[in-house]
Design a protein around this ligand. Structure first.
Ligand SMILES: C[S@@+](CC[C@H](N)C(=O)[O-])C[C@H]1O[C@@H](n2cnc3c(N)ncnc32)[C@H](O)[C@@H]1O
Length: 390
């Protein structure tokens, strides 16, 4: 079933379902449904998947967020149905489960028309052209008339994609308290302002957001803008991630495109604080390039560009696995199309109250041996991680 779980995660996180139908019930009883369908719906400005359960005499509904949708779809295939047909904007998938529980996946070009989903796709954007958005205007992305500036269209898309990835984190954030968020290496803070706008002005959360960066001029620019926009609970500070010791607990830690091992420092802080949510998009990863050795991989590593890409993928794999070892349910997602930036991998992690990490620890140790590496992240995490590995 692993291939099915991966496919379902990809469909939910990266594609848009037009319709999905689960059918071919394995064991019929009076209490079970005969068929389940799924479509996308918007409820109170939030995207959900609506599951329709067809019983003999009635129909029941459940509206689920992305993570719960993944879990429910996997359960439907593991427990109830022999087949699922999933039509997305991009492809048609058919999943067939054998009597022994083995899954076969067939993929074809999409047969459902784009128009059928365009209504949903339009609503997918959290920020829309034509809706005057002060922070976008101040940052020069939107004109005072609400038009997206041509040269800033990619940035606008990136911000929307970021907010889409943030919106999946909402169920992990407690609306009844002030959510403390740190954005490490915030830079000019397009994404930090977008986060504030989304959580406070659109979703009604109480937040305390701090953007941290090494650069004095950037911090001055962002602080002035936060003041101008009256974003009272957003502040910026100059400093190094490693030396940031202001808090003992933080709910959400963000580190987008912070350079090289700065990402590891950010992850270490997040885990020490017991952050519920972590979002990291690593950048310019030089650490493993000189360190990795693997005789079997010479046919790949003898080419500079391939070795460089491989080294970054290995670094991200190490980070994602370390987060799992530290008790986080971790996803690796595409942040933005490759055509816009090569730095497109996002590590998204949610604190898991009941993690089972033994298998991951063993796999991680073997992986390190195979590549003969001792990753910096272990140094950044210190004893907390070493204890788990021993
Ligand atoms: C490429 S910019 C990314 C800005 C923003 N997060 C984004 O994704 O649009 C990276 C920023 O990280 C900051 N940075 C790098 N290492 C850092 C560290 N150790 N502590 C604080 N800031 C750091 C840099 O100064 C720079 O402004």
């Amino acid at each position: 079933m692993q291939n099915t779980i991966e496919l379902i995660e990809k469909i939910i996180n990266e594609e848009t379902i037009i319709k999905a139908t689960f059918s071919g019930i394995r064991k019929k009883s009076e209490k079970t449904f005969n068929k389940v369908t799924i479509k996308k719906v918007i409820i109170q400005n939030e995207e959900k998947h609506q599951f329709e359960y067809f019983y003999d005499k009635n129909v029941e509904h459940k509206n689920l967020n992305n993570n719960d949708s993944i879990a429910e779809m996997c359960k439907l295939l593991e427990t109830y149905f022999k087949q699922a047909v999933i039509n997305t904007i991009d492809s048609d998938y058919q999943i067939l489960i054998s009597k022994k529980g083995k899954a076969k996946i067939l993929k074809k070009a999409a047969t459902r028309k784009f128009e059928e989903a365009s209504h949903n796709r339009k609503k997918k954007y959290i920020l829309n052209e034509g809706e005057l958005t002060p922070f976008l205007i101040e940052l020069g992305i939107m004109s005072a008339q609400g038009k997206i500036v041509n040269s800033k269209y990619d940035k606008f898309k990136q911000i929307n994609r970021y907010l889409e990835l943030v919106s999946d984190c909402i169920p992990y954030l407690d609306k009844n308290k002030t959510i403390r968020i740190i954005d490490f290496g915030c830079g000019k803070a397009y994404l930090t302002f977008a986060l504030y706008d989304y959580l406070v002005l659109k979703m009604g959360y109480n937040v305390e957001i701090v953007g941290l960066d090494l650069k004095e001029n950037v911090i001055k620019f962002c602080s002035d803008l936060a003041q101008k926009l009256n974003y009272d609970d957003l502040r910026f500070e100059q400093g190094d991630i490693k030396g940031f010791n202001q808090f003992t607990n933080v709910d959400m830690v963000i580190s987008l495109h912070a350079c090289n091992t700065a990402t590891d420092e950010a992850l270490a802080k997040a885990v020490n604080w017991g952050a519920q949510v972590i979002l990291a998009v690593p950048c310019c990863q030089h650490e493993f390039l000189k360190k990795i050795k693997n005789e079997k991989m010479i046919p790949m590593m003898k080419y500079g560009i391939i070795k460089e890409k491989l080294a970054s993928l290995l670094t991200d794999s190490v980070r994602a696995n370390v987060l799992e070892i530290m008790g986080y349910r971790t996803q690796v997602l595409e942040f933005i199309d490759m055509e816009h930036t090569p730095k497109n991998i996002m590590i998204r992690a949610f604190f898991d109250k009941t993690p089972n990490t033994k298998k991951v620890v063993n796999q991680y140790k073997q992986f390190k041996n195979e590549w003969q590496i001792s990753p910096y992240i272990e140094e950044a995490f210190g004893k907390k991680l070493t204890d788990k590995l021993n």
